[in-house]
Ligand binder design. Structure first.
Ligand code: HEC
Ligand code: HEC
Length: 296
């Protein structure tokens, strides 16, 4: 039922927007555009993230403004720029579609009278979007032994010299901290406004929460699983390629680029990676593509 609801535009007030409008299965549940459009045709504030493995986080939205997946999904409904739908209004539109009758009965034993069950169903569906069957997973589990020398070098750099795994923790490659996974960390890395790397982006991220200078430009560390499918990158979609992302880190992030970033949590120092090493990091990241068994 969650899967059907995920692609159903009847959930939105204008009848035109569904989750799948921005989270496209064939694009790693992201959309390959810098910024998608709201229901007025205006660009959204941020780039669309993947939904694969999204359930394995303790913090949702790039600025961490939801603590649960249920809360995250219900904000899509109440956002006037997205579904903009009143609890009762949308459930009526859904209930007129008789194909949902059996689905509701099977899932909840009754036809629900408000959106809580609809949100639960969508959340259950999203929690199934996990693969853990990438080339990396198969190699690390010893099921395959076909990592190239370049991919091995990239993995070692990711875990070591390039410091990536100090924020993108294994095995999820996001900010959810092993071994207990009870917290998802946020960081300040100083992403620029444009790919020319001249000016700091003005999105303040997690600063919304406490209005602490320490949190200016702080964002959740996202997963880099399936990253080959989800260009462009960063909260503002500033970088078109993984090569550009690696170059940004190699220069020391925003601090290394000379932006005024007292509270950057990424070390300012250049990583001094050779071209070969930068390419190896990209090659490693491309081994993180999963197959999610889901056909629409
Ligand atoms: C108009 C485009 C659009 C639509 C429609 C949309 N999303 Fe999103 N989604 C986004 C963007 C953009 C973000 C990131 C926003 C931010 O972080 O401020 C996001 C974030 C998320 C996240 C958080 C991911 C994370 O890692 O924190 C989840 C989960 C999610 N969306 C699920 C859904 C579901 C379920 C629906 C349908 C009920 C939906 N989205 C509809 C664009 C969209
Ligand atoms: C200090 C913590 C930190 C370190 C170290 C770090 N990252 Fe990140 N990474 C982040 C955060 C936070 C973001 C999101 C920033 C944003 O959107 O503004 C991010 C974003 C990314 C993205 C884009 C993800 C997306 O979906 O758009 C990629 C790719 C990435 N990092 C790869 C790397 C690689 C490769 C390294 C090592 C060279 C690395 N990261 C080191 C914290 C870190």
């Amino acid at each position: 039922m969650g899967k059907k609801l995920f692609s159903d535009p009847k959930l939105s007030e204008n009848g035109k927007m569904a989750c799948i409008t921005c989270h496209l299965p064939q694009k790693g549940y992201a959309d390959n555009v810098v910024l998608n459009l709201d229901n007025q045709g205006k660009p959204l504030l941020r780039n669309t993230p993947t939904l694969i493995n999204t359930a394995f986080q303790q913090s949702f939205f790039l600025d961490g403004r939801s603590n649960t997946l249920l809360d995250q999904i219900s904000s899509v409904f109440t956002n006037d720029k997205e579904f903009n739908s009143d609890v009762h209004k949308f459930s009526n539109a859904i209930l007129k579609d008789s194909t949902y009758t059996t689905l509701f009965k099977d899932a909840f034993g009754k036809i629900s009278s408000n959106n809580t069950d609809v949100i639960k169903a969508i959340s259950s569906y999203i929690s199934t979007l996990n693969g853990f069957n990438s080339k990396f997973d198969k190699n690390i589990r010893g099921e395959e032994n076909n990592f190239s020398d370049e991919e091995k070098l990239g993995y070692n750099l990711f875990m070591g010299k390039a410091l990536c795994a100090t924020c993108h923790f294994m095995p999820l490659t996001n900010g959810t901290v092993p071994p207990f996974y009870t917290e998802t960390e946020k960081e300040v890395i100083g992403v620029p406004e444009t790919a020319e790397n001249r000016q700091l982006d003005d999105d303040l991220g997690f600063y919304w929460s406490f209005k602490e200078p320490l949190h200016k430009g702080m964002f959740k560390t996202p997963s880099i699983r399936n990253i080959a499918l989800t260009a462009p990158y960063m909260h503002n979609g500033v970088y078109k390629s993984l090569e550009e992302v690696v170059e940004f880190y190699n220069l020391g992030g925003g601090g290394g680029l000379g932006f005024d970033l007292e509270h950057q949590t990424l070390p300012f120092d250049e990583l001094n990676l050779t071209t070969e090493e930068q390419n190896a990091l990209v090659a490693f990241m491309k081994t993180l593509t999963e197959t999610v068994s889901d056909v629409y």
